[in-house]
Write a protein that binds this ligand. Sequence first.
Ligand code: FDA
Length: 296
Amino acid sequence: MLRQAMLALSKSRRAERLVTTSPLTADVVARYVAGRGAGDAAATVQELTRKGLLVTVARLGEEVTDEEGAEAAVGAYLSLLDRLPAGADVSVKLTALGLRLSQRLALGHADRICAAAAARGLTVTLDAEEHDTVAGLHAVHTALRREHPDVGVVVQAYLPDSLDRCEKLSGARVRLCKGAYTAPGAYARRADIDRSFVRCLRVLMAGTCYPMVATHDPRLLRIAATLAVLDGRDQTGYELQMLYGVRPAEQARQAQLGARMRVYVPYGDDWYPYLVRRLAERPGNLAFFLRSLVSR
Ligand code: FDA
């Protein structure tokens, strides 16, 4: 219930106005968001890289409503790429590249970002968003892979067809996560989502994909490590991914143990929906958020 309410709030323009203008949210934002500009993101990347962590950098921003907005997002990604070290990844939301305006437009924009990334020794992963964009996401991913075979895609385990998706993806970089939105027919109980996550993980680990296991859940991390051993994958055969600001000590510990541990580093002005989705996952941080609302 609380999670549903928070996710509804993540789409509320009124709540966004209240929260983004409140100084009280600054601490929470700083914990989960690397800063406003690409320079801030680059500084964070440098710090994480020094600790032996890999990165995927995401420019915050969703749902552009015109072609100019999509073009601006591409421009921002192209200049971000110049600031990242080889081996880094960027995470891209197709709705920021115009997916809701036209699939063709988003494909063209994503193609430009993938080409520029490849020229710099970087990779691209396509984030998964609201359920009504998932078919478009996979269509764009399939088309992009003809030219850019290493472009990655996200599968959300809360969707009942996630197992089917994993079975169909062959040789791809696949980030498996639980799913941060809501969707009709999606698994809602934690146990069901976790079971689906494990079913997908089994398929990815046993198959030809490169699994990117995106979770902070200690139980799922243990299962991933066990499946990797059973399937004969060494630590270069898959990676773990966690969000910037979430379980940083565990991120460092995994890297020290030799795991490929990649941190998702978001930056940008449009942090509100991202932050509220994080708070929906972690009700312990809600106090900060509510205080920023009632202090107005
Ligand atoms: P969950 O939130 O259920 O937490 C499970 C357990 O992890 C907790 O019980 C606790 O033990 C531990 N834990 C979690 N947070 C903690 C904290 N702050 N401190 C200590 N322990 C903590 N979603 C999506 O829909 N599309 C996408 O493209 C992506 N992309 C993405 C990239 C990356 C790198 C990550 C890590 C996640 C995503 N997500 C996502 C978000 C994802 O779907 C999911 O909402 C969050 O990762 C939270 O789910 P967990 O698997 O971490 O488990």
